[in-house]
Design a protein around this ligand. Structure first.
Ligand code: UDP
Length: 317
C-alpha cells in the first residue's frame, strides 16, 4: 500500500514510517520540520519506497498531490508537547484544527481513508479511570491554555466522524496515551526524556507538582506496531481506539526509576506547576487507558517495560 504520513518526521511518525517500510509498504511523508527532524528519517532517504515533502499540511497544492497518490493517510501533523501548547496556544489551535480540516477535505476529494492521531488529553480531567473510548470528556475553563489543546483535538475527532458520515470516507481515531522511546526529544517538555537527560547529566530531576500524579508510559515500538496493524483492520473504521500502556506509575516513582535504571547520582527536586508552566496550570491526577478495544480489534498488547524504554531513551539499548 502507499501510505501518506503527515508529521512523519516527528517522533511517533518516524517510528510508524520504519514499521510500514519494514512491512513492504511505500511511505510518503509530509512534515514542516517544526517539531519533527530530518535526523529521524534520514536513514530512509535512499530507500526507493520512501519520499519526503518538507511542507505544511496547510499547503493545498502539495497536500492535493500527495493525497491523490496515496491509498491511506495517517494524520499525525499537530502541535505537540504541553510546554509548547501553553507557550503558543493560538498556534496550537490553528495548526490542529485547520490542519485536520485540510487533510479531511483532501481525503474527501479523493475518497481516501484517514487515520487521525488524537490524544488522551481529550479525556481531560475526568476522574473515571481507566478511560474508555465511549466515556465523557471533561475539559477545564477556556482561560487555561492546556484545554485548548484537548479541545482542538476533540474538534479534529468530531470533524473526522462528521466527514465520514457526510462523505462516506473511512475514518478511524487513535487516542495515544503517553508514548516514549528512541528519538524523543526533551525539548518539548515530555517527562521521560527530560528526566533521562537530567539523570545522565547529574542535574536535579525536576518533578512538577507534588509528583503524586500518575501516567502510563508505552514504548513507541508497541504503539506504532498497532498503528500499522490498523491497515488490515476494517473493523476499526468509524471507531475511536485507545493505544498506550496500562501500567500506572506516579511521577515521583518515575523519577526514582529513571535514577536507579541509569545509576545516576542526581537529586530529585519538586517545582510548582505555576513555575513549570504558567499560573493556575491544571494537571490531571491519573491517566490510565482502557485498552480492551485495542486488544479486541488489533490483538494489541504493550510488551516493553519502562526500564527498557528508559534505557532506549538514554541511548543505552
Ligand atoms: N512533568 C514533570 N517534570 C518534567 C516534565 C513533566 O514532573 O520535566 C510531569 C507533568 O507535569 C505531568 C507528567 O510529568 O504531570 C507527564 O508530563 P508530560 O508533559 O510528559 O505528558 P502529559 O501527560 O502531561 O501530557
Amino acid at each position: 500500500m502507499k501510505v501518506l504520513i503527515t508529521g512523519g518526521a516527528g517522533f511517533i511518525g518516524s517510528h510508524l514510517c520504519d514499521v510500514l517500510l519494514g512491512r513492504g509498504h511505500s511511505v510518503m511523508i509530509l512534515d514542516d520540520l517544526s517539531t519533527g527532524s530530518m535526523s529521524n528519517v534520514e536513514q530512509h532517504l535512499d530507500t526507493p519506497d520512501f519520499t519526503l515533502a518538507i511542507d505544511t499540511v496547510l499547503d493545498e497544492m502539495v497536500l492535493d498531490r500527495l493525497v491523490s497518490e496515496c491509498d491511506v493517510i495517517y494524520h499525525l501533523a499537530a502541535a505537540v508537547g504541553v510546554q509548547l501548547i501553553v507557550q503558543k496556544p493560538l498556534h496550537t489551535i490553528r495548526t490542529n484544527v485547520e490542519g485536520t480540516t485540510h487533510v479531511l477535505n483532501m481525503a474527501q476529494r479523493y475518497g481516501k481513508k484517514v487515520v487521525i492521531a488524537s490524544t488522551s488529553e481529550v479525556y481531560g480531567k475526568s476522574s473515571k479511570v481507566p478511560f474508555s473510548e465511549g466515556d465523557d470528556t471533561v475539559s477545564g475553563p477556556t482561560t487555561k491554555h492546556r484545554w485548548a489543546y484537548a479541545c482542538s483535538k476533540a474538534i479534529d475527532e468530531f470533524a473526522g466522524f462528521a466527514m465520514a458520515k457526510e462523505s462516506g470516507i473511512p475514518v478511524c481515531v487513535l487516542r495515544l496515551f503517553n508514548t516514549v522511546g528512541r528519538r524523543q526529544s526533551g525539548q518539548y517538555g515530555m517527562v521521560v526524556p527530560n528526566f533521562v537527560k537530567q539523570a545522565l547529566n547529574g542535574d536535579p530531576i525536576t518533578v512538577f507538582g507534588n509528583g503524586e500524579q500518575t501516567r502510563c508510559f508505552a514504548n513507541v515500538a508497541d504503539v506504532t506496531r498497532a498503528m500499522a496493524d490498523l491497515l488490515s483492520c476494517p473493523a476499526a473504521e468509524g471507531e475511536v481506539v485507545n493505544l498506550g500502556s496500562n501500567s500506572e506509575i506516579s511521577i515521583n516513582d518515575l523519577a526514582h526509576t529513571v535514577k536507579a535504571t541509569l545509576q545516576s547520582n542526581s537529586e530529585i527536586t519538586h517545582i510548582s506547576y505555576d513555575e513549570a508552566y504558567e499560573d493556575g496550570f491544571e494537571d490531571m491526577l491519573r491517566r490510565v487507558p482502557d485498552l480492551s478495544k485495542a486488544e479486541r480489534l488489533l490483538g494489541y498488547a504493550s510488551t516493553i517495560d519502562l526500564e527498557q524504554t528508559i534505557l532506549e531513551v538514554a541511548g543505552h539499548a
